[in-house]
Ligand binder design. Structure first.
Ligand code: PEP
Ligand code: MG
Length: 318
């Protein structure tokens, strides 16, 4: 029984008619990789590196970070590892960095905005990553930047990557961005020219699209990533990416919900990354579907008036 369950977890998330969706794991610590693989992860779709800076009294240095990324690549044995550069500010505060207090941190210096103002945080991390790429299977390490809002931000970050890569004589590493600010989804076609992939952070994208604090004690339940406005932003991102031959993943919480995953696959999302324990249910759901049915579900969801209406499609979804 257990053996059969494990065998099923190892199967790809391929629909009945052969459409494969890549399944990654969201991990916060390197020691979570083994558990993610045992749940059927095909790689790490989101390594939240801020956790390397939390739970301690100082920032990890370049060498320490290099060892961490190298060990993760080794544990993944050639499977993809998407490392998101430090994403702090907003709900993620790191006391020992002693960053200035902000009245409205969710709309403040967070994610890429913070990295661009703090090269002493950005550059050691990028150096550690490019050093790790030197010993890795080509293409297995990917770098992703959080909270991108403008083209200028990604152009500047790319230039820093190019310089560091040249200094270290390291191989090219695919560079992607999190799409979690509505402006990035709306301008996805322009951004797609400058990046290799997108991963949609539906937790923040929902918060910013619906103007609801994702941690608000009273309102958080209304911050539903299946709201048709959020689904339309996802569709815009996929359309923008496809114009330039880029792929789109989702690493927000909705990717780990079997119905959400089905809808996202129907919207053209190619990779889903989630909490490891959600992987078996999502894989089962996708293997039980066919692509035309998922696309039809996505079309109907985009026409819905509310997230309740979208959820009501669940019973009849294929
Ligand atoms: C998101 O915003 O959806 C996301 C995956 O990033 P985080 O939850 O770490 O902000
Ligand atoms: Mg986010």
């Amino acid at each position: 029984m257990k053996a059969r369950q494990e065998e099923r977890r190892g199967l790809p998330a391929r629909t009945r008619d052969g459409h494969a969706v890549e399944i990654g794991a969201n991990v916060n610590r390197p020691d979570q990789v083994a558990m993610a693989l045992s749940q059927g992860a095909e790689g790490v779709g989101l390594m939240r590196t801020e956790f390397l800076f939390l739970e301690r009294g100082d920032a990890p240095g370049e060498d320490e970070q290099y060892e961490t990324y190298r060990a993760m690549l080794e544990a993944l044995d050639g499977r993809p590892l998407i490392v998101r550069t430090l994403d702090i500010g907003g709900d993620k505060q790191v006391p020992h960095l002693q960053l200035p207090h902000e009245e409205n941190p969710f709309l403040g210096v967070r994610g890429a905005r913070l990295l661009l103002r703090h090269p002493e945080l950005l550059e050691p991390q990028l150096r550690a990553l490019y050093r790790a790429a030197r010993g890795a299977k080509p293409g297995s390490l990917l770098i992703m930047f959080p909270m991108i809002t403008t083209l200028r931000e990604i152009e500047t970050l790319r230039a820093v990557c190019d310089r560091i890569r040249a200094e270290l004589d390291a191989p090219a590493v695919p560079l992607g961005i999190m799409v979690e600010v509505p402006a990035a989804a709306i301008q996805a076609d322009a951004l797609a020219r400058h990046v290799d992939f997108f991963s949609i952070g539906t937790n923040d994208l929902t918060q910013y699209a619906l103007a609801i604090d994702r941690q608000h004690p009273e309102l958080a339940a209304e911050a539903d990533s299946l709201h048709p406005s959020v689904l339309r932003l996802i569709r815009m991102t996929v359309d923008g990416a496809e114009k330039h031959g880029r792929w789109v993943g989702v690493c927000g919480g909705i990717a780990g919900d079997p119905f959400g995953a089905a809808l996202l696959a129907g919207l053209g999302v190619r990779e889903l990354s989630m909490t490891p324990r959600d992987i078996p249910g999502v894989k089962d759901r996708l293997r039980d579907s066919d692509l035309a049915g998922l696309q039809d579900l996505a079309r109907r969801a985009l026409d819905c008036e509310s997230s309740d209406d979208v959820r009501a499609l669940e019973g009849g979804a294929s």
